[in-house]
Write a protein that binds this ligand. Structure first.
Ligand SMILES: Cc1ncc(COP(=O)(O)O)c(C=O)c1O
Length: 486
């Protein structure tokens, strides 16, 4: 039974929803209709219909455009978690039935993730708490091997600092990305030609600011040609695009992959690291303690055999792992290509509409468009724009440098002299001039109504101009803004 709500959003039952979903490739009309449909069959109604209070005291339905930070859980994930608690017990420890059940489901989650990435049985799937921990784990182990790490100058801090800390500055090489953050493979090759001791190239699979996706397979091939391995931070990629690590012997094989559950519709702080068994079996574990080594003699000799448990110390986040596997199963059932198509149709329309609004700068080329839209409105500090979107329109975006400082400097044209001035201020605790942009990030949980509200809001803000808002908001020393209390 199709009904149209007062907002123009179409209400359909689950069967109709799935039919629409299945047919989105068949015509643009179907896609348009789907984007206008309530998504309660995929996400909890409460989460899609949260009402928030605005500065003037009224309430509106919250529009979440901060999905690149964290996504809301899928309904199927929440249902699975609720059922899982009935049999919840300790992992890898107890003889009781509940303990065995949870252990079984935890290990099945590992297999789901391996299958999802097409990782062979020669690879381990480690559970961590997030991408950051996965990269720290990998960096600790890589630092036990000699050689240098190659990264771009536009990496997220999570894909830079763990390498830097574990290897030391002298063992980190950086190649330059273009002004818009895109990668020139020739620049990478030059680094390999000039440095014969690169052991690993670490790269982000999809930029958290521009959505740009480098050709990781071509880059993997290049790394292998020079005897190095590749590590892909895929936490902004996998929820939108299938990543196949390819057979271990393929020259384009992706050796290491890290990602987070909370960015792909599964809550509870779960992260993944995938990498070759041989590499980890020949290394000292990242953390040790209960559960990951089978025996310690009276003489304090630590015994070890080769198992995934060596890198899985203590009691794991089993529910998080099971939730992530459930999310992956649902995304696969929906089809990642269909999801990408759906999201793209929203983001492309947002891009086209933003382009027509006076004073709006968009920091991504349409050809590289992913699910994130970095932008600014002339005359507005980025964090003020994000605050106004929240306080006046109930729209959650984010503004900042997104832990990707050099890329933000490039996008905003910040010179080295300005960089030094900002650094001088930061040393004194003044962070308000750290360069920033506003990021609206879309996901499967958004529809056209969200898009319509976002575009209307940006239009209004730009039309009103900064002078209209400045008396109503004040900036704090950290650069964020608060609405003034009347
Ligand atoms: C590209 C990229 N890498 C790493 C991270 C860190 O992810 P997590 O917070 O899940 O550790 C983020 C988070 O936004 C990211 O966007």
């Amino acid at each position: 039974m199709m009904e149209t709500t007062a907002d123009g959003v179409v209400h359909v039952d689950k069967e109709e929803f799935m039919q629409l979903w299945q047919s989105i490739f068949m015509s643009t009309d179907n896609l348009l209709q789907l984007c206008n449909t309530e998504l309660y069959h995929l996400f909890p109604e409460g989460a899609l219909n949260t009402r928030v209070q605005l500065r003037d005291g009224t309430t509106v339905r919250y529009v979440n455009l901060d999905n690149a930070a964290t996504t809301i859980p899928l309904l199927s994930v929440l249902e699975r978690i609720a059922a899982e608690f009935d049999t919840y017990g300790s992992v890898h420890r107890g003889a009781g039935q509940k303990s065995k059940k949870t252990t079984e489901h935890y290990e099945a989650a590992r297999r789901t993730i391996a299958d999802f990435l097409h990782a062979s049985t020669e690879n381990y799937i480690f559970f961590t708490k997030n991408t950051t921990e996965s990269i720290n784990l990998a960096a600790t182990v890589w630092s036990q091997k000699s050689g240098k790490i190659l990264v771009s100058d536009s990496e997220h801090s999570s894909n830079l600092l763990p390498w830097l800390q574990n290897e030391g500055k002298e063992n980190i090489l950086q190649y330059k990305t273009n002004q818009d953050g895109t990668i020139d493979i020739a620049a990478i090759e030059k680094m390999f030609q000039a440095n014969s001791d690169i052991k690993l190239l670490a790269i982000t699979g999809s930029s958290n600011i521009t959505g740009y996706k480098p050709d990781i397979y071509a880059i993997a091939e290049l790394a292998h040609k020079y005897g190095a391995k590749i590590f892909v931070d895929a936490c902004q990629l996998l929820q939108h695009k299938q990543l196949d690590v390819l057979p271990d012997t393929d020259s384009r094989h992706i050796d290491f992959v890290a990602f987070s559950g909370h960015k792909m519709y599964a809550p509870f702080g779960i992260g993944i690291l995938v990498g070759p068994k041989q590499f980890f079996d020949s290394s000292t574990p990242y953390q040790i303690g209960g559960g990951n080594l089978p025996y310690i003699t009276g003489e304090l000799e630590i015994l070890r055999y080769n198992t995934v448990q060596t890198f899985d110390p203590g009691t794991p986040n089993a529910i998080g792992a099971i939730a992530l596997a459930e999310s992956i199963t649902t995304l696969q059932q929906l089809g990642l290509e269909k999801i990408a198509d759906y999201e793209h149709s929203l983001v492309e329309k947002a891009f086209d509409a933003l382009q027509t609004i006076d004073g709006v700068t968009i920091y991504v080329q349409k050809e590289h468009l992913g699910t994130v839209l970095p932008f600014d409105i002339e005359g507005f500090h980025s964090k003020l724009t994000a605050e106004i979107l929240a306080q006046e329109y109930g729209i959650g975006t984010r503004a900042g440098s997104f832990c990707t400082y050099e890329l933000i400097r490039k996008l905003k044209g910040i010179s080295r002299e300005q960089d030094q001035e900002i650094a001088q201020e930061v040393r004194q605790g003044i962070t308000k001039n750290i360069p920033a942009v506003v990021r609206a990030s879309f996901a499967l949980s958004n529809n056209y109504e969200d898009l319509r509200r976002f575009i209307a809001a940006v239009h209004d803000i730009s039309k009103n101009g900064a002078e209209y808002y400045l008396p109503k908001y004040e900036q704090k020393i950290d650069g964020s803004w608060d609405a003034k209390v009347n």
